[in-house]
Design a protein around this ligand. Structure first.
Ligand SMILES: Cc1cc2nc3c(=O)[nH]c(=O)nc-3n(C[C@H](O)[C@H](O)[C@H](O)COP(=O)(O)OP(=O)(O)OC[C@H]3O[C@@H](n4cnc5c(N)ncnc54)[C@H](O)[C@@H]3O)c2cc1C
Length: 408
């Protein structure tokens, strides 16, 4: 390593703690700031892809995570009339490949324990409001109680899709909100749902219902239901039974699972953002995760991209002087991020939009693509997270850094 830096990180979601572990272990002095209370157990279930699992393996966290994940063998998506649109088994890419269903709080616990062991100083209940510069141009942070922190040699902005610090970084970004979001509920898995399959059913482009096995300890299952954001208030006022009937029309086997829902309060809502940036660094500043490139969760990549950002930045800092390292970070991440942002923008309206003809096209084309092994393999590789273009993959084979003998 060339030099040891004083590094400030804003946001303890996925990107922040993952970067903190890499950098503290590399000998840097790392401080992580999070506005929430310590280890607040919030968030939905999500799918770790082989790419994200590879980074966690690189961090030595596979063992700690293993008891809390459920291996997902494939994505299965059909229409409500029974037409199979997608049947994408990870095994098509390698017999020992799989995704992992888990809960945000679980991953966070594992990351934070490792960060603490690596000597990262973590400040909870500390919301950063302002970024200024010391005379040396090094970033200084100002929190909600007016206290200042820094100056830092390097600041990492990892404060998520709703980032307030991104704008202050001086790195240009375009941010828009998707008109569609989702309702989420996590409950005990019922036997009608395969514990290893991410199961989805679509009606028109206005109807999407999915079920993600979310963890082995309590055998949880996450339900998601697509909804227009402007319809969420009406949904909250409306009849829960009426909504359950809509869900059952797509997924009749969900009846006993839905019995766990007795009030609207048990259901969380999620809105999605699209963040576009030409580069993900500025003067002594880098942006990681959703703050840098939020996208809709249609392809299930956000957490995985955040983990890969952290691994990439740590590597470039190891190899180059600071300014070059940041430049290299943007360069190395560009193709991978561009592909997933592009693919997500084009895929999302096929599943979540008011453009009903797109649903007819989807239902005609996807079964054909799914039946052709070459194309199906590319779709599976897209889901697994390692693509950089329609027919190109990340360097170091499909899934970089992944030792073949390990489960993760
Ligand atoms: C409903 C839903 C389902 C999803 N499913 C998947 C999936 O299956 N697979 C997948 O890979 N991804 C999924 N994602 C995306 C994934 O959750 C995000 O991409 C991922 O959490 C991004 O991590 P992050 O660290 O960049 O940001 P976040 O996880 O959002 O973390 C940001 C952190 O910064 C803190 N913060 C914000 N502002 C400040 C401030 N000013 N000062 C201090 N702290 C601050 C926040 O409290 C938060 O803890 C899903 C997202 C949603 C909404």
């Amino acid at each position: 390593m060339s030099a040891s830096f004083r590094i400030g990180i804003i946001g303890s979601g996925t990107a922040g703690p993952a970067a903190a572990i890499f950098l503290a272990r590399a000998g840097h002095e790392v401080t992580l700031f999070e506005r929430a209370e310590k280890k607040l157990s919030v968030g939905a279930g999500f799918l770790l892809q082989p790419t994200g699992l590879a980074v966690l393996h690189q961090l030595g966290l596979s063992e700690a995570l293993l008891p809390h994940i459920v291996p997902i063998s494939k994505l299965y998506c059909r229409t409500h009339s029974g037409r199979v649109l997608l049947n994408l088994p990870y095994s098509e890419l390698g017999q020992d490949l799989y995704g992992a269903g888990t809960h945000r709080a679980t991953l966070l616990d594992v990351l934070l324990s490792a960060a603490e062991s690596a000597g990262v100083a973590i400040h909870w209940n500390t919301e950063m409001r302002r970024l200024s510069r010391a005379p040396s141009e090094r970033p200084v942070l100002h929190d909600q109680s007016g206290q200042t922190h820094g100056p830092y040699d390097l600041l990492l902005i990892c404060d998520g899709a709703h980032s307030t610090m991104r704008e202050q970084s001086g790195v240009p970004a375009k941010v828009s909100r998707y008109p569609w979001g989702a309702l989420w509920f996590m409950g005990k898995r019922t036997p009608e749902f395969d514990p290893q399959v991410l199961w989805q059913c679509v009606g028109s482009t206005r109807e999407l219902n999915g079920y993600l096995p979310t963890g082995t300890r309590d055998d949880l299952l996450s339900l998601f239901w697509s909804i227009r954001i402007d319809q969420i208030p009406a949904w909250r006022e409306g009849s829960l039974d009426h909504w359950k009937q809509q869900v059952l029309r797509l997924t009749p086997q969900a009846e006993s699972f839905l019995n766990q829902i007795e009030s609207h309060q048990q259901i969380a809502t999620a809105v999605y953002h699209d963040v576009r940036m030409k580069q993900w660094h500025g003067n002594r500043v880098a942006l990681l995760g959703d703050a840098a490139h939020a996208l809709s969760p249609q392809l299930g990549q956000g957490v995985n991209l955040a983990l890969m950002d952290a691994a990439c930045l740590a590597e470039t800092l190891q190899q180059h002087p600071l300014e070059d390292a940041l430049d290299q970070y943007s360069k190395r991440r560009r193709q991978h991020l561009r592909f997933y942002q592009f693919a997500t923008r084009w895929t999302t309206p096929l599943f979540q939009s008011d453009w009903l003809p797109l649903g007819w096209i989807r239902d005609a084309v996807f079964p054909i693509v799914n039946a052709l092994p070459v194309l199906r393999r590319e779709m599976t590789a897209t889901m697994a997270g390692g693509k950089t273009g329609p027919f190109s993959r990340l360097p170091q084979a499909q899934i970089p850094g992944r030792p073949p003998e390990s489960r993760l």
